[in-house]
Design a protein around this ligand. Sequence first.
Ligand code: 2HG
Ligand code: ZN
Length: 459
Amino acid sequence: MPFAPLADALRRALVDIVGPAHVLDDPSITGGFARDWTGRFAGSTAAVVRPGSTAEVAAVLVACAGAGVAVVPQGGNTGLVAGGVALGGELTLSLTRLDHIAPVEPVSAQVTAGAGVTLAALRRAASAAGLDFAVDLAARDTATIGGMVATNAGGLHVIRYGPMRAQLVGVEAVLSTGAVIGDLRGLLKDNTGYHWPSLLCGSEGTLAVVTRARLRLVPRPAEHAMALLAVADAATAVGVTAALRHSLPDVHAIELMTAAGVGLVCDTLGLPPPFARPAPFVVLVEAAGAPGVLERLAATVGVIAGVDDTAVAVEPDRRAMLWRYREAHTEAIARLGPAHKLDVTLPGPALGAFLPEVSELVTRLRPEARVWLFGHAGDGNVHVNVTGVEAGDDEVDAAVLELVAERGGSISAEHGIGRAKLAFLHLNRTPDELAAMRAVKRALDPAGILNPGVLLPGG
Ligand code: 2HG
Ligand code: ZN
């Protein structure tokens, strides 16, 4: 569907709705909104509009639908699949002003947060109420709740608490018709028909614009302890992960890194190496729970075969330091230039063989490329990052994602489809499923203005 550039009449209508300070159309300002975090995807936006309330979001959408102007909803712009950036002159709907956090409701341990609340701010609010928010990820200072709902963000603790979908009790969202749907009552039991949180979480801004979310909070563990475990190969790393899952009652995170990635992080950030001798694979395990966590972690790790060395942390500073080896991968890889980011999940039994196989596959196709493997071993989610390949060269992406599908995995574990993986969605979804998804899209967004070209091929 072709979309007109921002006409004067629409500009005036938008200014009337949100005020002149919140309609930005100077390209030197809007350019940053139309470039993704990786630098691999950059385009242009007709304007950036920043509504300050749900009613303003509704009015903006009605105005845009009337004018036939496509809208890309955007939160913190930390996405990695070009799902939240205007690439072809669409209007950017920036939700960052919806940053209100209601007081934590202690009876049900829930909180209502605006779409523009950052994950870090939500985590602080939960903590001030003596609780925790179950999802955490490295982009916490910038990623926003609306975007995390729209992409069903995963992060570090999915193995324990599930992804964003598992935290979402209620949602408020605006359709392109201006209708506001959903509720924020926080009812865990409510079988009154289609469940908007389930439908909208992971819909990547194609069905509605999420404006507020009702989220469950979890008890704060009394103690944390973590360790980096040095292992010799991928199969051992998977075996160690399985053993931790089986016998560690307080398991909070199990992550995976390789010698190459840890070396890059150390060189880039000037960190000391975690082990005297570099380990081919490193498993990071965190446990959190009732007093005695360190003892339980030590007892479990002590009897697991294949652990060649350990680095342990209990105090918050030291734990943050060990997490840095894992969390700084994205930042360190970004300094090598735009990376191809293939966020995939493998079924548990297939993970060990996949890791060396995918490296060999990429190297065979592009001998000049470098492959960086890291991710969330506990849930089978590997971030296959490839550097040294042109931004527009999709051959490696296709080969890796085909291999993932052949091995029974998902081509998008936690980042979404966006535009980056649009051409590959058929690897995981049947034609009948894609047709049903398009029918849902048409029903909820009859004007077809919400994030066209994202998630749904040809939609
Ligand atoms: C992580 O787990 C994020 O650190 C980013 O999902 C992954 O940079 C990536 O590919
Ligand atoms: Zn991740």
